[in-house]
Design a binder for this molecule. Structure first.
Ligand SMILES: C[S@@+](CC[C@H](N)C(=O)[O-])C[C@H]1O[C@@H](n2cnc3c(N)ncnc32)[C@H](O)[C@@H]1O
Length: 254
């Protein structure tokens, strides 16, 4: 592989790091995520914006143990959950069995390597995943997801979305996170140091602003792109693939 090294590291190094990190944390994520009210709100908003309905095929990228995919499955025909961590996919399928859900499939693979037939999917959704990708891989992921969509299909991404202090919303989010950690005393101060290195060095968490997400969706050719702030740090961005019939240019020869 000829990929140039940058401060963000290579794609291959990031994939190995994410796989290791999430294989170790799959159980604790599975136990905690369902009880996190902020995360539940984001999941609900992703579903509302995606508007799933009977007969649809949906991909959830970075499905984890199924917080989003298992809520969508009863509403549609088929859900394909993709996750880099085999431990997460095992939990996803176990949780599906426990809930009696039979229309889901699990694929243990980095989304960067996922091959899906063009124009074959009604909805691509993702929650709290894409900030783990390097910035250039985020754009690439959006471009590929847009290709997988059928005309009229939707891409909906929920994630932590803020920049590094470039605008008022960024500064508000960063200062409220710092204030929350300061309140926790020495344990919180340690978290400030840890999180500052995670965000500033961008080796684990690499959030970008809602404006950047909107631009990435537009660059991928998606339309009706909207960003919806949901809770403090998290927003949802939705875009729609143009329907073929809207591309027809009519000329008036009268
Ligand atoms: C914060 S968890 C979110 C899980 C789930 N979407 C939810 O809402 O609870 C992030 C998930 O992204 C997955 N992930 C991280 N990088 C990935 C990649 N490159 N390809 C596929 N999955 C990835 C992790 O394994 C993990 O399950």
């Amino acid at each position: 592989m000829n990929e140039k090294r940058s401060t963000a590291g290579t794609q291959r190094a990031n994939i190995s790091r994410q796989r290791r990190f999430w294989n170790e944390r799959a159980q604790s994520w599975d136990h905690g995520a369902g009880d996190n009210p902020g995360l539940v709100k984001v999941v609900e908003r992703v579903i509302a914006e995606a508007a799933p309905s009977a007969g649809m095929t949906v991909i959830d990228i970075g499905c984890g143990s199924g917080q989003l995919a298992l809520r969508v499955a009863p509403l549609v025909d088929r859900v394909i959950g993709v996750d880099i961590s085999v431990a997460m996919i095992d939990l996803f399928l176990k949780n599906a069995r426990a809930a009696g859900i039979t229309n889901v499939e699990g694929v243990a693979m980095a989304l960067e390597h996922l091959e899906i037939e063009e124009s074959s999917i009604d909805i691509v959704i993702s929650n709290y995943v894409l900030h783990h990708l390097r910035d250039r891989d985020k754009q690439e992921a959006v471009m590929r997801a847009a290709k997988w969509l059928k005309p009229g299909g939707r891409l909906v991404v929920g994630d932590m979305m803020f920049g590094r202090g470039g605008d008022a919303r960024d500064r508000e989010i960063i200062s409220s996170k710092v204030a929350l950690m300061i309140k926790k005393g020495p344990a919180g101060w340690w978290r400030i140091a840890k999180n500052a290195s995670r965000y500033l060095l961008r080796f684990q968490e690499r959030p970008v602003s809602t404006g950047t997400w909107v631009e990435m969706f537009k660059t991928a050719g998606l339309h009706e792109v909207v960003a919806i702030p949901v809770v403090n740090e998290a927003s949802v961005v939705r875009g729609t693939k143009l329907r073929g019939d809207l591309n027809v240019i009519t000329t008036d020869h009268a």
